[in-house]
Structure formats: C-alpha cells, structure tokens
Design a protein around this ligand. Structure first.
Ligand code: MG
Length: 288
C-alpha cells in the first residue's frame, strides 16, 4: 500500500492509493485516524479494512489539483535516527574531510525534525550556512516498539519505506564537531512523497537510488550497497534502547554528494534537487 498525507482545504488527511493510482482519504472511506502516526501504531488492526475499502473505492479518488502532498509524517514523534557513511563510495569521497575508511562499527547520529519538509517544499537558505548539501536516503519507519530484537526478527517491525533528503550544512557539521546542528535546521528534512508499506517492497536492499541537481545526475547507486543493512541497524539500535513505534531511520547516502566533488560544489539559491528511489517516487525540492 502507498500511504500519503495530503492537504485538502487546509486540512490534513491520511490517504491511500487505489488500483487506479488515485488517492482516497481514509476519512472518506469511514476510517478515522488523526494522522499518519496513529495509522502506524494501529496499522495491523486497520490494514485489512483499508484494503477492502480501497477495493470498494477503486473508481473513486481525488483529482490532481484537489490536494497537496505533504511529508507522509509531517510531525515525527522523535528525532530521526541517521546512519552516517553507510555506503563505501561515500566513505571514499569524504576521506579528505574525515577518514572513516577504517571504521569497524556503524555511525549513528540524530537529526531534529520539528516539521518534515514537503516532497516539493522549499529548502531554506540561511546566511550562516555556506556549504549546503544534499543526501538522498532510504527512510525506514517502524510500526511497533522494538527492544532487544535480533536481525532475523527486525523485518516484522518495519512499517514501510520512504525517501529522505538528509539536507546538511557542512560548515555547521564540522564547526560543532557533532553533526546534530548542521543536519537539524528547519526545512532540512524533505520526506516522501509517500510511505510504501513493507509488504510491497520485495527487497529493500535492491532499490535504485539517485539524486539530481538541476537535471545533472549527482548520485546513482543501489540500496544493496549499504554497509549496515536496515535489519542490522534496527537490531543493533534496539539493544538496550526501545525503538518506539513511529521511529524513523535514515539509512545513509551513497557517493556523489556536493562535499565529495573535486572541488566541492554546494547548493545555491534556485537549485532544484531531485531524490529518487525505485518503487517509492521522488522528492523535488528547490533551494529558496
Ligand atoms: Mg545522511
């Protein structure tokens, strides 16, 4: 199932895509949820009902122009957990800045997301950021609390997948040594356009992932090149730390970021950044 958060007449609704690729709000099918976070928590209970309602409504749905697509989880319950340097090519391109070539363990860090940016939202420009960069990443959302689970058990905890652009202010990342501030500015987490539920992603580690800046291809890889897999990350993070339902994990970016170019090339006003993942869709954000 492809699940969206949409805005209709200034009101937000959770919507699902029917067989004719039209979006139908759960509300209009008599399924009441406050937002995507509530749907995530109640998904196992509501899934069959949504499936049946979509079949009944296969000729219904909104026309383009009647709604705006928002980030699927506009207000995450917690910071997004991020994996750093999780693709070999990204480790190699950033070796001049920080040498992670000999790292043995996964790098985890956190990203504040008060409000996720829309899949077509403007990436804001701040006068104290001189090195704005993009990072196309596969986002993973958990549907139930995970504590002390194994790699083999992890799949059962995954609600679905989305695209995240882990927008980064490189100068702030390095100025403060920890990456938190440089990753967390308002507007730095474009997300979406939808969540594809886990049952519809045959293999989360075999998805084409790419990023374009003004139609120039900058990143082109496959999620199969992740060093730490989604399941390994969930299992490891869950040791001694409960990963709550609704947790969002950004799984790292492939090679090709602006910081890794020789010389580095950073985003500037009016640049259009498109992050794409096979089977999920794309984010198209303009730097404003
Ligand atoms: Mg990242």
């Amino acid at each position: 199932m492809k699940l969206y958060t949409v805005e209709v007449n200034n009101q937000q609704y959770v919507a699902a895509e029917n067989r004719n690729k039209k979006l139908v709000t759960l509300d209009s099918m008599g399924i009441k949820v406050k937002d995507m976070n509530e749907l995530i928590v109640r998904y196992d209970e509501l899934r069959d009902g949504i499936g049946k309602a979509l079949a009944v409504n296969e000729n219904a749905g909104m026309e383009a122009g009647e709604y705006r697509i928002k980030a699927p989880i506009p207000v995450p319950w917690q910071d997004v957990i991020c994996l750093g340097v999780n693709y070999r090519a990204h480790i190699e391109e950033t070796v001049d800045v920080l040498d992670f070539t000999k790292k043995a363990d996964t790098v985890y860090f956190s990203k504040r997301v008060n409000t996720a940016n829309d899949p077509d939202g403007m990436i804001p420009v701040y006068d104290f950021v001189d090195s704005l960069d993009y990072e196309a990443e596969l986002g993973v959302i958990l549907k139930k609390d995970a504590l002390n689970i194994t790699v083999e058990e992890a799949a059962a905890y995954i609600f679905g997948y989305t695209i995240i652009n882990d927008v980064s202010a490189r100068n702030l990342q390095f100025k403060h040594q920890q990456w938190y501030r440089g990753k967390s500015l308002d507007g730095y987490t474009p997300m979406g356009p939808c969540i594809v539920t886990a049952d519809e992603i045959r293999n989360a580690h075999d998805l084409a992932i790419s990023c374009y800046v003004n139609d120039e291809k900058r990143q082109e890889s496959n999620t199969g090149y992740m060093i730490t897999t989604v399941e390994e990350a969930i299992a490891e993070l869950s040791q001694g730390m409960t990963l709550k339902s609704g947790t969002i994990i950004a799984t790292g970016t492939p090679g090709g970021v602006g910081m890794g170019m020789k010389p580095p090339v950073f985003l500037k006003k009016k640049d259009v950044v498109k992050c794409e993942i096979e089977g999920i869709g794309s984010l198209v954000n303009t730097v404003g």
